[in-house]
Design a protein around this ligand. Structure first.
Ligand code: XIL
Length: 407
C-alpha cells in the first residue's frame, strides 16, 4: 500500500510542470509585479474577480518574490501633505500577501520624478501672486547648477510638471526624510529590499549624468546620497537599490557607473543595482552579456527589476521606459513573427542571467501576464491573457535545463 502511494505521489509530482521559481531556485529569485486587485482579491485593472483569481494562482505557483506595481509610490501611499496624509491600505495588503505566501517582498519606490504629488515640491511660504514675484521671492528659482536634462515632473496620471512656488532645499529634504522614515519604518523587517532612488539618470548620450528633475533642481545632486542615507537610518538591514532603465544602452550605462562610483566613494549605502530591463525583441544574449559584465564591475549584486520584452512595432526603437512616453511604445501592431522573436529574445537574456548568476540575484517580471502588463498590447511577458505559458516560457525553461545539464 505504501509503495503504491509512493508511486502515485511520484507520478503526480512528475505531471506537475516545473515552475520558474523552482527551476531557478539555486540561482536567483524570480518575481513579478503585482497590482492592487491581486493582493486584495477583488476585481480590478482589466480583470474580473475570476480572472484575477487565476492571476493570483499563477503568482503563487510561479514566483517567490513580489514588487508592487504602483501601491508604494509616493502618489499612492502619501497623497496628501503631512503625517496624516498617508494611505497604507493597499500597501499593507501587498506586504501581507507576500509574507503570508512566504515571498520576498520588495518596496518600489521611494524617490522618483514620476507619480509624486505636486505638494511634495511646493513651497509653504505664502504663494506669490505672479511669476515675477515668484522669481524674485524664491531663492530656489531656476538653479544655475543644472546638470541634467530630459523629461521631469509628474508626467503621469494628471500630474504635470509642477510649476508653482517651490519648497526650499531644506524643506524638501525634510519631507523626503519624513516620508522615507515613515514608509520604510512601517515595513521594517518585512520589506527587505527597497528601490530607494528610481530613474535619476538622464537619457541620451549627452554630458549630463542626472535627469533634470525637480529633486535635482531643488535639492541638488546630493538628493540621491541623502535618500540612501535616510533609508539606511530607517532600516539598517534593508538592501538598498538604485534602480533605472535603459542600462543596455552603453551611454546610459556609463552614466550609471559614474553615478554609482561617486556614491561608493562617498560611502553612501547603496547595496544593489536595479536594472529595470524594459526591453524589446531586438535584445539578445550578447547585448545582455555585455550589459551585465559592465554593471558587475561595480561589485554589487544586480537585480533585474521590471523585466518585459515588448513585441509591438512601436517599441522597437530603444530600451527607454519613460512612463510619459509609454503609450506610443505599444502601437503599430506586433512585429512579424512576434512569438518566435519573443521566445528567442527571452532565451538570450536568460542565458545571460544564468551566465552572470554570481551577480544576478533577483529577476522580477513587470506583470504577471500579458493582460495586466503596462505594455499589454506589446505582449511582453511569458504568460498570455489567459494566464497560459507562451513559447517564450518554454524557451526560458530550456535555458534553465541546459544550465543544470552542464553542471
Ligand atoms: C508603471 C506601472 O506599470 C503603471 O501601472 C503606471 O501607470 C506607471 O508606472 N518604471 C518604473 C515603474 O519604475 O514604476 C513603472 O511602472 C514603469 C517604468
Amino acid at each position: 500500500m505504501s509503495a503504491l502511494l509512493a508511486i502515485t505521489v511520484t507520478v503526480r509530482a512528475a505531471d506537475k510542470p516545473v515552475s520558474l521559481q523552482e527551476i531557478f531556485k539555486d540561482h536567483f529569485l524570480v518575481g513579478t509585479a503585482v497590482n492592487r486587485n491581486m493582493v486584495t482579491g477583488e476585481a480590478g485593472f482589466r480583470r474580473s474577480a475570476e480572472q484575477s483569481a487565476k492571476d493570483v494562482a499563477l503568482v503563487k505557483e510561479q514566483f517567490n518574490q513580489i514588487s508592487p506595481e504602483n501601491d508604494l509610490k509616493w502618489q499612492l501611499v502619501h497623497p496628501r501633505a503631512g503625517k496624516d496624509g498617508y494611505d497604507f491600505s493597499a500597501a499593507d495588503a501587498f506586504v501581507n500577501f507576500g509574507l503570508s505566501n512566504k515571498m520576498t517582498v520588495v518596496g518600489h519606490t521611494l524617490v522618483w520624478h514620476s507619480q509624486t504629488p505636486n505638494w511634495v515640491f511646493a513651497g509653504t511660504n505664502p504663494p506669490p501672486t505672479n511669476a515675477t514675484s515668484f522669481a524674485a521671492a524664491n531663492t530656489n528659482a531656476a538653479p544655475t547648477n543644472q546638470i541634467g536634462r530630459g523629461r521631469f515632473g509628474g508626467g503621469f496620471g494628471g500630474f504635470g510638471v509642477y510649476t508653482g512656488p517651490r519648497a526650499s532645499r531644506e524643506e524638501l529634504l525634510q519631507r523626503m526624510r519624513e516620508h522615507i522614515h515613515t514608509v520604510v519604518g512601517r515595513y521594517k523587517g518585512k520589506i527587505k529590499t527597497w528601490d530607494v532612488v528610481n530613474e535619476a539618470i538622464a537619457d541620451g548620450g549627452g554630458t549630463n549624468v542626472l535627469r533634470n528633475s525637480l529633486w535635482l533642481q531643488i535639492i541638488g545632486p546630493d538628493f540621491i546620497a541623502r535618500a540612501f542615507e535616510y533609508a539606511h537610518e530607517a532600516d539598517p538591514d534593508a538592501i538598498l537599490r538604485y534602480n533605472d532603465y535603459g542600462l543596455e544602452n552603453p551611454a546610459k550605462r556609463k552614466k550609471l557607473i559614474t553615478l554609482i562610483k561617486s556614491l561608493q566613494a562617498q560611502k553612501v549605502p547603496v547595496h544593489a543595482i536595479g536594472s529595470q530591463a524594459h526591453l524589446n525583441v531586438s535584445i539578445n544574449f550578447e547585448k545582455m552579456d555585455e550589459t551585465l559584465t559592465e554593471i558587475a564591475t561595480l561589485g554589487l549584486p544586480i537585480h533585474i527589476t521590471e523585466l518585459d520584452v515588448n513585441s509591438a512595432a512601436g517599441g522597437q526603437r530603444g530600451f527607454g521606459a519613460n512612463v510619459a512616453d509609454n503609450a506610443a511604445t505599444t502601437q503599430g501592431g506586433l512585429v512579424t513573427d512576434a512569438e518566435k522573436k519573443l521566445a528567442d529574445a527571452y532565451a538570450g537574456i536568460f542565458r545571460a542571467f544564468l551566465k552572470h548568476r554570481d551577480s544576478v540575484k533577483m529577476v522580477t517580471f513587470w506583470g504577471v501576464n500579458d493582460a495586466n502588463s503596462w505594455r499589454s498590447q506589446g505582449k511582453p511577458l511569458l504568460f498570455d491573457v489567459n494566464a497560459q505559458p507562451k513559447p517564450a516560457f518554454d524557451a526560458v525553461m530550456v535555458e534553465a535545463k541546459n544550465i543544470s545539464a552542464a553542471k
